[in-house]
Each structure stands twice: as structure tokens, then as C-alpha cells.
Design a protein around this ligand. Structure first.
Ligand SMILES: *Cc1c(COP(=O)(O)O)cnc(C)c1O
Length: 437
């Protein structure tokens, strides 16, 4: 469910016409729906309501201040992965006491900042990190709350670049070694052993790998909780979304799609996991990023040229892999729709096999290949759907392209939550050495 859909042939985000936003703010433009963000959060929150829990949204999926504030207002905690993200959460009005801090490379400065701000827990990924956190806490005369990330060695059956819960990955500490690590951690005087954590990967579309990992780790969590007086067990993020096709109201075939049945809903997730988690008596944390933000955002782009070759129909647009890297990085699918539907667009005879490509000088700079799309022309706008997670956050200035603007919509209101970057900002910190002038 999301709040992008066609009304009288025009794409709307909630009650705002997307084309009007494109005309007003230019393109490329990210547009986010407040209602979708909130609903996705609430669905997960409600599904876990039978037990003590906290949903900690992962800002790494989308860290715009407007998005973070939307989730903070809904009651969300945050699963941060850097000192920068902690500062962002605070700047957006989030509560550091609801923050957990993950990541394999926390620096002393980041640990110090997190301790001073009073985060809920560090999710620790190695023994040297435990030693370092203890050292910084001693210096600050504090006790650092920690959980160790257990690597359960369960294959998440997702894309290789986003699987994290097997022994091939750099994350966490091997299942077999965890108890010894907690024994040693218990001897470090400036640590407070508060819980245990795991996260097996991203974009999981089935509940089975989650269930397998929870079944494996739950008895260990129970033993350790009794021994060390834990409060929580974080089972990580990773709940996937359906990218293909994503537009319920605009796509007549969606309801017949076999993919829809496979959709991993919060209800299915909770039905399998709650019976395993409830008996632990622990507070359960989850760390969703993509599930909350993924289908809450779209990327608008304008068609610059249509280039026909003997074999191809290239639709050259003004967005590129620097704006949305997922197709280049993960071969990912984003549904592409024109902002204005014409009668008969859905008929095969009005469509043409198209490659939608950006202007960057790389062959990897494409959004789709050989996809049947309605015929479009110069100046038409297209929307890339389900671009709310791992979209803008991965944008770069490659090819000296300015970062896109972002707009947040709520009902019939729309506000720019990030201004388009000016070109001058791109080289503002650069200089030519004196000895070259
Ligand atoms: C990336 C990440 C998440 C969020 O993953 P999603 O697939 O976006 O839900 C949660 N926890 C940790 C530790 C992560 O690295």
C-alpha cells in the first residue's frame, strides 16, 4: 500500500499532482509521502504490539530531516550507523535514548559522541570494538550500554551485496563464539550488557530466513539474558518490499500478479516470529529501513531526448546513476511510469521496447533495458517508483552533477525538504594551489 496513484490519468502523491511539483521544483526530484511513511511504520509497530518492542527506523535508507521527523513523531527509534546519522537524528528532533548504533568501524570520536548523547545501545561487531568502547566509557566515567551482534550464519537468500548474516560477511561475531565474548565483556567494568542483536540482510521477501535465524538465536538470547540481565533482543531489519510492479492503483495487472501473494507483510512476519519471541520476555527491537521508506518515495525525471537506433529505443532522461544508483549497483528493478497517462497506454501496440538511460558517461547508467513502455517524447516526465530507500542517500556528484531536490507531501501540502544543490556548492571546498597560479 502506498499513496502514489493515478487520478483522471495524472499521477498524484496523496492529494498533490506530481507534475505540478516537477514544474515548480524542476527535475530530477525526489517526492516522499508522509502518509506512506507513517503507515508503513504503524503497520510494523502494530504487528509487534502484543510484545514489548521498539521499531528503530534505519536512517541509512533515507535520512532526510523531514523523513526522520515524520518517523520520530510516529514514535520511532533509530538504528544509526555513524556519528553523522546520530547528529542528523538529533537535528530532526529524534530521541538519542531511542538510538542504537551499528557498524563495524566506529571511531573513538563516534563512540564518545554516542556516550555523551546517551544512546540506548551500541551494537558491537567485534572484540576490539568492545575494548575500545570500554576505554572511551572509562575516560568519560560512564557505563556504555552494549549488545553484541551475533552472526547466525543463515543465508538470507537475497542479493549478494546486501546479505550480511553468513560467515562470508564482515558483520557480527560467529554464533559459536558469542558466549565467550559475553564472558569477557562482563569483565570490562565500563560496559553494561544490555542485549543481543542480529541482522541477516536486506530486501528479504520471505519470512523463512528470519524464522530460521530467530529459531537459532532465541535459545542463546534466553541463556545469555538470564546470565547477564539483558533487556532486549534486536532481530534487525531487512523486511523486503515488492518493486515489480509497485503501483497498485495504476496497474490493472497488479492484483493478479503472483508476486503479490509473495509480499512479505508485517502480519505474516509477526505471525511467524512472535510465538518464538514472546516466551523470551525481552523487549524486541527491529531495524527496518527499506520497508518504511522504499515505496514512500519516487524519483521524477524529464525526458531530454528519444534516440532511435536500428536496434534500440533509448529514452534519455535528466536523472542518472548519480541520483539513483540501485540499478547500476544491484541490477535492481524500478517501475517506470509517465506522470500523465494517455488512453490506451497499457495496450501493447501503444508501447515500445525502451532503454531508459541517464546522461552519465558510463554504460551502467541506465534505469531499465528492453522494457515495454508507453511511447514518450522530449519534455515528458517519468516517475521511477519505489525509490524512497537507498535512493537519495546514495547520490553522488559524479560528472559534476548537483544533488537533486527532495519534497515531502502531506495531504494537499508539499514542502521542499532539501533544496536542489547549486553547482557552486560542488567545488566550494576546493582550491587551486598557490604554486599553480
Ligand atoms: C542496513 C541495515 C538495516 C536496515 O536494512 P533494511 O533492509 O533497509 O531494512 C538494519 N540494521 C542494520 C544493522 C543494517 O545494517
Amino acid at each position: 500500500m502506498h499513496d502514489f496513484g493515478f487520478k483522471r490519468g495524472r499521477l498524484y502523491c496523496e492529494n498533490v499532482s506530481v507534475a505540478s511539483l516537477a514544474r515548480k521544483h524542476g527535475s530530477p526530484l525526489y517526492v516522499y509521502s508522509h502518509a506512506t511513511l507513517t503507515r508503513n511504520f504503524e503497520q510494523l509497530d502494530d504487528a509487534l504490539s502484543p510484545i514489548k518492542h521498539l521499531v528503530c527506523y534505519s536512517p541509512k535508507a533515507n535520512s532526510n530531516l523531514g523523513v526522520l521527523r515524520t518517523l520520530a513523531n510516529a514514535g520511532s527509534g533509530f538504528d544509526i550507523v555513524s556519528g553523522g546519522e546520530l547528529q542528523r537524528v538529533i537535528a530532526a528532533g529524534g530521541d538519542p535514548k531511542k538510538c542504537i548504533f551499528a557498524g563495524v568501524g566506529k571511531t573513538e570520536e563516534e563512540i564518545e559522541l554516542a556516550l555523551k548523547k546517551g544512546i540506548y545501545s551500541f551494537n558491537v561487531e567485534s572484540e576490539p570494538e568492545l575494548v575500545r568502547i570500554n576505554k572511551v566509557a572509562r575516560r568519560l566515567k560512564k557505563k556504555a550500554p552494549i549488545a553484541v551482534r551475533v552472526n547466525p550464519n543463515v543465508d538470507a537468500k537475497t542479493h549478494a551485496k546486501i546479505t550480511t548474516g553468513t560467515y562470508d560477511n564482515k558483520f557480527g561475531i560467529a554464533f559459536e563464539e558469542i558466549e565467550g565474548v559475553y564472558e569477557r565483556a562482563a569483565k570490562l567494568k565500563h560496559l553494561h550488557l544490555r542485549g543481543i542483536q542480529m541482522h541477516i540482510g536486506s530486501q528479504l521477501t520471505e519470512v523463512a530466513p528470519f524464522e530460521k535465524a530467530v529459531r537459532k538465536v532465541a535459545p542463546l538470547a534466553k541463556r545469555l539474558a538470564e546470565k547477564h540481565g539483558f533487556e532486549f533482543f534486536s532481530i534487525g531489519g531487512g523486511v523486503g518490499i515488492v518493486y515489480e510492479p509497485a503501483l497498485e492503483s495504476g496497474d490493472a495487472n497488479w492484483w493478479r500478479s503472483p508476486k503479490r501473494k509473495k509480499l512479505l507483510t508485517p502480519a505474516k512476519y509477526a505471525a511467524k516470529l512472535l510465538p518464538l519471541l514472546q516466551p523470551l520476555g525481552l523487549r524486541i527491537l527491529i531495524e527496518p529501513g527499506r520497508f518504511i521508506a522504499g515505496n514512500a518515495g519516487i524519483l521524477i525525471t524529464r525526458v531530454e531526448y528519444v534516440k532511435r537506433t536500428g536496434v534500440k529505443n533509448f529514452v534519455i532522461v535528466d536523472a542518472a546513476m548519480n541520483d539513483l544508483a540501485r540499478p547500476a549497483l544491484y541490477d535492481s528493478y524500478h517501475e517506470i511510469v509517465p506522470l500523465t497517462q494517455k488512453a490506451g497506454d497499457h495496450l501493447k501496440r501503444n508501447q515500445i521496447s525502451s532503454d531508459v538511460v541517464g546522461p552519465i558517461c558510463e554504460s551502467g547508467d541506465y534505469f531499465c533495458k528492453k522494457r515495454m513502455l508507453p511511447k514518450v517524447g522530449e519534455g515528458d516526465y517519468l516517475a521511477l517508483l519505489s525509490a524512497g530507500a537507498y535512493g537519495f542517500v546514495m547520490a553522488s556528484n559524479y560528472n559534476t552533477r548537483a544533488l537533486a531536490a527532495e519534497v515531502l507531501v502531506k495531504g494537499n501540502r508539499a514542502e521542499v525538504v532539501r533544496k536542489r544543490q547549486s553547482l557552486k556548492q560542488l567545488w566550494a571546498g576546493e582550491s587551486v594551489p598557490k604554486w599553480l597560479q
